[in-house]
Design a protein. Structure first.
Ligand code: GDG
Length: 742
C-alpha cells in the first residue's frame, strides 16, 4: 500500500515583473519576450507544461485594471497581468521592496526606510498576486514564486490552496539573523516564506542564515533539510542561478559583436582594458572601484598610458534620493580621474551612465583583459559568470569580491575585499600583469563550472525539488474503507506482530517524562494485546530500560528501550544490548555541554541512559528554550560529527546516541526471529526516531503515524487516544469472537 504518486502538473510562475517588453507604436500595442537567463531557463517548462506566468506587465494602471487589449496579448503568451496603480507601485515596489527589504537584506541597515503604511500596501499587493495564482492554478499544479517582492505570497497562497506544491526562490542574500531580526515585520516575512514547500537560495550561507532566523524569531526546530512547520517539512535548498550559456558564447564573427569589438579596440588604442558593469546601485561598490582605479593610476604611474577602464553604470531606481546621490558621486569621481590622469585624446576612464545592447556587452567581455566585479554585497552576481562564459580562449582575469554569492563557485578568481581599496588596486595590477599560462589555469576550470551549472541545471534542481513535494506530505488519515480493509485482514491473520512506540503514541506527553506513566485504560488494553495468543507485541521506545521494566512488565510485551539500545523479549527478565556497546568517552563532553545549557534554561533537565544522553525542555518556562535547543542541536552536531553518534531533535528533547543503535535495527532483530513473516504487522509511532522503525518494516506492514507531519508511514491518526480507540476495537473480545467464528 503506497502513497498516491501525483504526476507533475502545469508550472505556474509568479514574479514581480513579467518577462516581457510592451511596445506601443502608432497606437498599436505589441509584446516582446525579454531575454535573460532566468526567463530563458523558466520559459521551457512554462511552455512545455502549458503553464502560466503571473506578474506585473510593466505599465502603471491608473484605473486599477489592465485593458482588455493588454490582457489579450498576455493571454496568448500564457501570461496573466497583475495591475498596479502608480501609488501602489511607489509603496509596494519602491518603498518596501527597494528601500526597505533591499538595503536590509544587503546589510545596509542605515538605509532602511520602513513605513507601516507602505507595508500595508506590500501586504495588499502580495495578496493580489496570491489570489490571481489561486484562481489560475489547477489541482496538481506546481507554483514557483520569485524573489523579495513577493515574500508573503507563499503563506497567502497556501491558506487558499493547501493542495498546491509551492516553491520560492530568493535572488538576493538572506542576511545573518542579527541583521534580519532588526526588521519590524520579521515574523511575517518568515511565516510568509514558510508557506512554501521548498525555499531556494543561491548559497548554503543564506540557508544557514534563514534557518537561524527561523529558530530565533519563530522558535521553530530546524534540521539539515529544512524546517518543521505547521505539520509540514519546508525544504531549504542552495542552488546558485546559472546562465543561458549560448548567449555569452555567440562567436566574435557575429557582425554586431565584431563591429563593437573593432570600436573598442580603436578606443583602447593599444591599452589594456579593465571593465566594470552593473546597475548603478550602492550594493555594487562602484565608487570604491573607481577610487581603486584612481589609486592604481596615482600609485603606479607606469600604467597611466597603458590602461583604460570602462565602467557601465545602468541607471536604476533613480527616482529614490540615495540612488541620485550615488549617481552624483560616481560622476564626480569619474570626472576627477579623467581630469587628473587624462591627456588630450586619451581618457583613462570611459564612464557610461546608461545600459548597452547585449552585443556590446559581449564585445566588452571578450575584449576586457581584467573584469573587476567588486560588490559590497551581492546575492550571486551574474556579470562575473557572464565574463567567464564569454572568455572562449580561457584567458582574461576576473577580480571578484568575496562578498558576492558567486565567489563560492569562482574560487580561481582574484578574490578581494571591496572594503579594502588597496586589495582591489593590488588585484587590478596583478591582473594586468598576469601571464597567459596563469590566466588559463585560473579561467579554464571556472569556465567549465559556469558552463556545467547553467540556468537549465538551476531550473531542473528547483523544479525537481517541487516534484518531490507530494511525497513529503503528511500521510493520509487512517479511516473509512482503508480501516475496514485492515480490520478484515486483522481478523483473518494467523500471526500478528504489533510494534508500538510509547511516548506520544500510546501516552500523551506530560510535563516531565516521569509523570507519563501508563494509566488504567492503557494497561488494560496492553494486557489484552499481550495475552492474545495470535499476537506478538513489543513496545519500541526511547525510554531507559528501567522505566519500561518498572511500568510495563507482566503485560506479555517485549520491550525495546533507548531507541533500540536495549532489548528484552516477552518471556525474558533481563535486557540485553541491541548491539555492541560503543565506548562512553563522548559522554563526559556532551554532559558538560548539556549541563551548561540546562543551567541557562530553568525547568529543563538531563536524562541519563545507558546508551545515550538527553536534554529535556518540555517543562522549561523560559521562552529562550527553543533557541537554546536549536543552538545545542547545531553545536552538538558540529562537535560530534564523524564519531558514530546521532544528535536527534525529538519532541522537546535533544538526544545524543550511537548511530548504530536505532529503532529500525531493533525491529529488524525482532523480525529475524521469524521463519515466516507474520501475516499482519502494525508499527505505530509519532516522532522522527520512529521513521527508522517505519523504514525497517516489510512492505505489507501497516505503519501508522500518530500526529501530523511528513512521514514515511502509510497512514496517520490524529492522537494517542485515536490509536487506543482503534486498538481497543481490534482487541475487544467481541471482535476476536467474530474472527473465531468466521
Ligand atoms: C539580482 C541580485 C543575482 C547589466 N548591464 C547591462 C546588462 N546587464 C545585465 C547583466 C546581468 C544582469 O544585468 C545583472 O545581474 P546581476 O546578477 O549582476 O545583478 P542584479 O541585477 O542585482 O540581480 C544578484 C541576480 O538577481 C540573479 O539571481 O545574481 O545578486 O542582486 O545579466 O548582463 N545587460 C545589457 N546591457 C547592460 O548595459 N544588455
Amino acid at each position: 500500500m503506497s502513497k498516491p504518486n501525483t504526476a507533475s502538473g502545469r508550472l505556474i510562475l509568479v514574479s514581480n515583473r513579467l518577462p516581457i517588453i510592451v511596445r506601443e507604436e502608432a497606437d498599436q500595442l505589441s509584446i516582446e519576450l525579454a531575454s535573460g537567463g532566468l526567463a530563458t531557463g523558466l520559459s521551457g517548462p512554462h511552455q512545455e507544461t502549458q503553464g502560466r506566468w503571473i506578474g506585473w506587465p510593466g505599465m502603471q494602471s491608473p484605473g486599477g485594471g489592465l485593458s482588455g487589449e493588454v490582457q489579450g496579448l498576455l493571454d496568448k503568451r500564457g501570461m496573466t497581468g497583475i495591475p498596479l496603480s502608480s501609488e501602489e507601485y511607489d509603496s509596494y515596489y519602491m518603498q518596501v521592496a527597494n528601500r526597505s527589504l533591499w538595503p536590509l537584506f544587503h546589510y545596509f541597515t542605515d538605509r532602511v526606510h520602513y513605513q507601516p503604511k507602505d507595508w500595508e500596501v506590500y501586504e495588499r499587493i502580495n495578496q493580489r498576486f496570491a489570489e490571481a495564482t489561486a484562481a489560475e492554478a489547477q489541482p496538481g499544479d506546481r507554483v514557483f514564486i520569485q524573489d523579495f517582492h513577493l515574500m508573503l505570497v507563499p503563506a497567502m497562497l497556501r491558506e487558499m490552496r493547501p493542495d498546491l506544491s509551492i516553491g520560492f526562490f530568493l535572488h538576493i542574500p538572506f542576511p545573518s539573523s542579527e541583521i534580519f531580526r532588526i526588521f519590524p515585520k520579521r515574523k511575517q516575512i518568515l511565516e510568509g516564506l514558510l508557506g512554501a514547500d521548498v525555499v531556494g537560495f543561491h548559497t548554503l550561507d543564506y540557508t544557514r542564515h534563514f534557518r537561524s532566523s527561523v529558530r530565533r524569531v519563530l522558535g521553530l526546530e530546524t534540521s539539515a533539510h529544512g524546517v518543521q512547520y505547521d505539520g509540514r517539512e519546508v525544504r531549504l535548498m542552495a542552488q546558485p542561478l546559472g546562465l543561458d550559456v549560448p548567449t555569452w558564447q555567440t562567436p566574435s564573427t557575429d557582425p554586431a559583436i565584431a563591429a563593437e569589438m573593432l570600436k573598442l579596440s580603436e578606443a583602447a588604442a593599444g591599452r589594456k582594458i579593465v571593465l566594470g558593469v552593473e546597475r548603478l546601485d550602492y550594493t555594487k561598490g562602484i565608487p570604491e572601484r573607481l577610487q581603486a582605479f584612481h589609486n592604481l593610476l596615482a600609485n603606479r604611474p607606469e600604467w597611466n598610458e597603458k590602461v583604460m577602464m570602462i565602467q557601465i553604470a545602468v541607471p536604476s531606481r533613480i527616482e529614490a534620493e540615495e540612488y541620485a546621490d550615488l549617481a552624483d558621486k560616481a560622476h564626480q569621481l569619474a570626472g576627477e580621474i579623467n581630469s587628473k590622469f587624462g591627456q588630450p585624446g586619451l581618457q583613462p576612464l570611459h564612464y557610461q551612465f546608461r545600459g548597452v545592447p547585449k552585443e556590446t556587452l559581449i564585445a566588452m567581455y571578450r575584449m576586457a583583459d581584467v573584469a573587476v566585479v567588486t560588490p559590497l554585497r551581492d546575492g550571486l552576481n551574474l556579470v562575473a559568470k557572464e565574463y567567464v562564459a564569454a572568455r572562449s580562449e580561457d584567458d582574461g582575469v576576473l577580480v571578484l569580491s568575496e562578498f558576492a554569492g558567486a565567489a563560492l563557485e569562482l574560487g580561481e578568481a582574484l578574490q578581494v575585499s571591496p572594503f579594502d581599496l588597496d586589495s582591489i588596486e593590488e588585484a587590478m595590477a596583478q591582473g594586468l600583469e598576469m601571464d597567459a599560462q596563469e590566466q588559463e589555469e585560473r579561467m579554464a576550470p571556472m569556465r567549465q563550472r559556469v558552463i556545467d551549472a547553467d540556468v537549465h541545471a538551476w531550473t531542473s534542481a528547483c523544479l525537481g525539488a517541487l516534484d518531490e513535494v507530494p511525497e513529503r506530505r503528511s500521510p493520509s488519515m487512517f479511516s473509512g474503507q482503508i480501516t475496514a480493509q485492515w480490520s478484515a485482514d486483522f481478523k483473518s491473520a494467523q500471526k500478528r506482530l504489533v510494534l508500538l512506540d510509547y511516548d506520544g503514541t500510546l501516552r500523551p506527553f506530560a510535563e516531565h517524562p516521569d509523570q507519563a506513566t501508563p494509566d488504567k485504560r492503557l494497561l488494560a488494553l496492553l494486557k489484552r494485546i499481550g495475552n492474545d495468543p495470535n499476537t506478538d507485541a513489543w513496545i519500541v521506545s526511547g525510554r531507559p530500560s528501567e522505566f519500561l521494566a518498572q511500568h510495563l512488565s507482566g503485560l506479555g510485551f517485549g520491550l525495546v528501550g533507548e531507541h533500540g539500545g536495549m532489548l528484552r523479549g516477552p518471556h525474558e527478565t533481563e535486557f540485553t544490548p541491541g548491539g555492541s556497546l560503543p565506548d562512553d568517552e563522548w559522554k563526559n563532553d556532551v554532559l558538560q555541554i548539556m549541563e551548561q545549557v540546562a543551567q541557562r534554561v530553568p525547568g529543563s533537565h538531563i536524562e541519563h541512559k545507558s546508551m545515550g544522553l538527553g536534554w529535556h525542555y518540555r517543562a522549561a518556562r523560559s521562552s529562550a528554550a527553543e533557541t537554546q535547543a536549536g543552538e545545542l542541536y547545531q553545536h552538538l552536531g558540529e562537535v560530534l560529527s564523524g564519531q558514530g553518534l546521532d544528535v536527534l531533535a525529538g519532541n522537546k528533547v535533544i538526544e545524543v546516541r550511537p548511530t548504530e543503535l536505532n529503532k529500525g535495527r531493533a525491529a529488524r532483530t525482532i523480525l529475524e526471529n521469524y521463519a515466516t513473516t507474520p501475516d499482519w504487522i502494525l508499527a505505530a509511532g509519532d516522532d522522527t526516531t520512529d521513521e527508522d522503525l517505519f523504514h525497517a518494516m516489510p512492505a505489507q506492514a501497516l505503519t501508522l503515524l500518530v500526529g501530523e507531519r511528513p512521514s514515511s508511514a502509510h497512514f496517520r491518526l490524529c492522537s494517542c487516544s485515536a490509536l487506543l480507540d482503534q486498538l481497543e476495537r481490534w482487541y475487544e473480545p467481541q471482535f476476536q469472537a467474530t474472527r473465531t467464528q468466521s
